[in-house]
Design a protein around this ligand. Structure first.
Ligand SMILES: Nc1ncnc2c1ncn2[C@@H]1O[C@H](COP(=O)(O)OP(=O)(O)O)[C@@H](O)[C@H]1O
Ligand SMILES: [Mg+2]
Length: 272
């Protein structure tokens, strides 16, 4: 069954210009789908609409088969974890309370949410000593891990991630990507992950949705987008054009296999 289903979505903030135009897609249970596209193409807008943070102008979003308008907003947000680049951690709260915030406000017993925080901090690869720190005492990468732990605290089926690793250095980002892959394998949550980074999209996505100015240009597996681009735009975006001419098909296949497995950094390869 589809966990998230978007049908013919439109969004305009002011009259006239449609930020999203006729966007339709389905997310199956347990998939990690990456929404990739240039800055300003409407990725954050789409995530916020799924979360009911901003209203849809036209079209329908269903979560677990139920229209957004039929969902109680609080219940909906509890079934959806949301991870953003700025992490949104509360600066005056220690990490354990930041992680256990939702269970805490739900009135769940202290011993229970504290135990949950202990379990989650290990799950995201940090040790328990971090629980008594404040957010300002974390590196960017650590803060992102806490952001992920917090999103998992209410045990949501769906996680929306908006460029979560955009502000950390290259090495940390690679580590966080590997961790996310491991977590996804283990927990099988349905994840919609937004990025403008092509390598990140190829590495993480079971499927990729490529956005172009509020339109879906192509949806498919990384292999499909790389080897069977539906338009010149897709081919340009993934940098296959021009590069293709200089290599035979066999060599190209091998190289892209390595990129998909995360063994080669595509940007590095094209530069050299
Ligand atoms: N609250 C808003 N009011 C008016 N325009 C907005 C608002 N939020 C975003 N936009 C515009 O909508 C477009 C898409 O923005 P956004 O979804 O944030 O893009 P992305 O996340 O892909 O970078 C941009 O042109 C942006 O300027
Ligand atoms: Mg954005």
């Amino acid at each position: 069954m589809s966990i998230i289903e978007a049908s013919n979505l439109y969004k305009h903030y002011t009259d006239g210009f449609d930020v999203l135009q006729n966007v339709s897609f389905d997310l199956e249970e347990g998939e990690l789908v990456v929404l990739v596209g240039a800055s300003g193409c409407g990725k954050t807008t789409l995530l916020k609409m799924i979360n009911k943070l901003i209203p849809v102008s036209d079209g329908v979003i269903r979560v677990h088969g139920k229209k957004l308008s039929d969902w109680n907003t609080i219940e909906l947000r509890r079934s959806i974890g949301y991870v953003i680049q700025q992490t949104g951690l509360y600066p005056h709260m220690k990490i354990d309370r930041n992680i256990g915030f939702v269970p805490f406000v739900k009135g769940i017993k202290k011993s229970v949410w504290k135990e949950k925080a202990r379990e989650l901090i290990r799950l995201v690869g940090l040790d328990e000593s971090y629980l008594s720190r404040y957010p300002r005492e974390l590196s960017g990468g650590e803060a992102q891990r806490i952001g992920v732990a917090r999103a998992l605290a209410a045990d949501p089926d769906i996680i929306l991630m908006d460029e979560p690793f955009g502000a950390v250095d290259e090495i940390t980002r690679k580590k966080l990507q590997d961790e996310l892959k491991r977590l996804h394998k283990k927990l099988r949550k349905t994840i919609l992950f937004v990025t403008h980074d092509i390598d990140e999209a190829l590495k993480l996505g079971d499927r990729i949705i490529l956005f172009n100015k509020g339109n879906i240009e192509q949806i498919g597996t990384p292999e499909e987008l790389v080897f069977s681009p539906k338009s010149d735009y897709v081919e340009e975006f993934f940098g296959v054009k021009g590069f293709k001419a200089s290599l035979d098909e066999d060599k190209l296949q091998k190289m892209y296999k390595s990129i998909l497995e995360g063994k080669i950094d595509k940007d590095h390869m094209f530069k050299s």
